[in-house]
Write a protein that binds this ligand. Structure first.
Ligand code: NAP
Ligand code: ZN
Length: 352
């Protein structure tokens, strides 16, 4: 075992501050990674503040972070795919049972014994896992991803959550040429959703509560932008969308978006607000529309997404910050003031 530098929160109301975490020495199947960048996902904030307490209560102290990009420093004797010096990435999962039907089908994210990168029971050390706001992590080779060498590393880190979470449902629901696709909420997930829908050839509309994001939305690949609080603008799109991805982090009405779906259209929720959302039955009845959810993506699909990003030169638009600014970044997330993902430069942890 060894100590790694990290940032943690001690309670739902305390700021994140510097600490040390214990990491295991790499076992034979493990890869040890020096973390160079870690994206800040709104899920980090939800969990630091225990907003998901009804579903997955937070264990303190918590070290968040599941958009990890770095360099391999050591590998176990049975590791075959990575060598010291390689670039490597880790997303929201660090383990699963590998034997259940979900794992066998490539859906590790739905394995009943899946281990999340942070705040999940740690099978090796006891307690809970510590995430990527840290300078080092040790992860089983199966859960380590390869970053295409042409991608900027800070911009690639958010692909490990924001990227796969938006790519996976778009592939599942057949987003492509000839489809009209909406993305609700232009934050970290939303801006990746726009890039993917555009790259897949769909006609893309962004729904935003922030009129000042209009130009950015068009630059990111949107064909049109709708200010969702403007009922007239919304009405113009009634019953016209094949697919809408809702990536909103806070309480909001989904009925108005269901009304925008065409016959057999689908609204997929990836946003995970604290409180249940109200579903108007009639919106679904007329038009045989459907409402679903989606959770990140499996390991093979995550690698497929990274390779797609390599081929299309897609990364997140990041604002790189030192870790000392993480608490300020959380406040800005709550004001929808993120363009469009914060990525922590982990070198800043050494100067603290
Ligand atoms: P984010 O960067 O903070 O973006 C959220 C966006 O939602 C904001 O930029 C804003 O966009 C919009 N928004 C915020 N408050 C709103 C309100 N009151 N009403 C309407 N729109 C509002 O968050 P993120 O990191 O992209 O994460 C989004 C959500 O997805 C979070 O709940 C997160 O936990 C969840 N998530 C789920 C998965 C999964 O596997 N399903 C994975 C990762 C994250 P505009 O300014 O454009 O309105
Ligand atoms: Zn995330």
């Amino acid at each position: 075992m060894y100590q790694a530098k990290a940032y943690s929160a001690r309670s739902a109301t305390s700021a994140l501050a510097q600490t040390a975490v214990t990491r295991r020495d790499p076992t034979e199947h493990d890869v040890q990674i020096e973390i160079l960048f870690c994206g800040i996902c709104h899920s980090d904030l939800h969990q630091v503040r225990n907003e998901w307490r009804d579903v997955m209560p937070t264990v303190y102290p918590i070290v968040p972070g599941h958009e990890i990009a770095g360099r391999v420093t050591k590998v176990g004797s049975a590791v075959t795919r990575y060598r010291p010096g390689d670039l490597a990435a880790v997303g929201c999962m660090v383990d699963s049972d590998r034997t259940c039907p979900q794992c066998q089908a490539g859906f590790e994210q739905f394995c009943p014994n899946m281990t999340l990168t942070f705040n999940s029971p740690d099978k090796h050390l006891g307690g809970v896992t510590s995430g990527g706001y840290s300078d080092s992590i040790v992860v089983d080779e199966h859960f380590v991803l390869r970053i295409p060498s042409n991608l900027n590393l800070a911009g690639a880190a958010p692909l490990l959550c924001a990227g796969i979470t938006t790519y996976s449902p778009m592939r599942h629901w057949g987003v492509g040429k000839g489809k009209k696709v909406g993305v609700v909420g232009l934050g970290g997930l939303g801006h990746m959703g726009v890039k993917f829908a555009h790259a897949l050839g769909a006609h893309v509309a962004v729904f935003t509560t922030s009129p000042n994001k209009k130009e950015d939305a068009l630059r990111l690949g949107a064909d049109e932008v709708v200010v969702s609080r403007n009922a007239n603008e919304m009405q113009r799109h009634t019953a016209s969308f094949d697919f809408i991805l809702d990536a909103v982090s806070a309480d909001h009405e989904i009925g108005p978006f269901i009304d925008l779906l065409a016959r057999d259209g689908n609204l997929t929720l990836v946003g995970a607000p604290q409180k249940p959302l109200a579903v108007p039955a009639f919106g679904l009845l007329f038009g045989r529309r459907s409402l679903s959810g989606s959770l990140i993506g499996g390991i093979a699909e995550t690698q497929e997404m990274l390779d797609f990003c390599g081929a299309h030169n897609i990364t997140a638009d990041v604002e790189v910050i030192p870790i000392q600014k993480v608490n300020e970044a959380y406040e800005r997330l709550l004001r929808s003031d993120v363009k469009y993902r914060f990525a922590i430069d982990m070198a800043s942890l050494q100067s603290a």
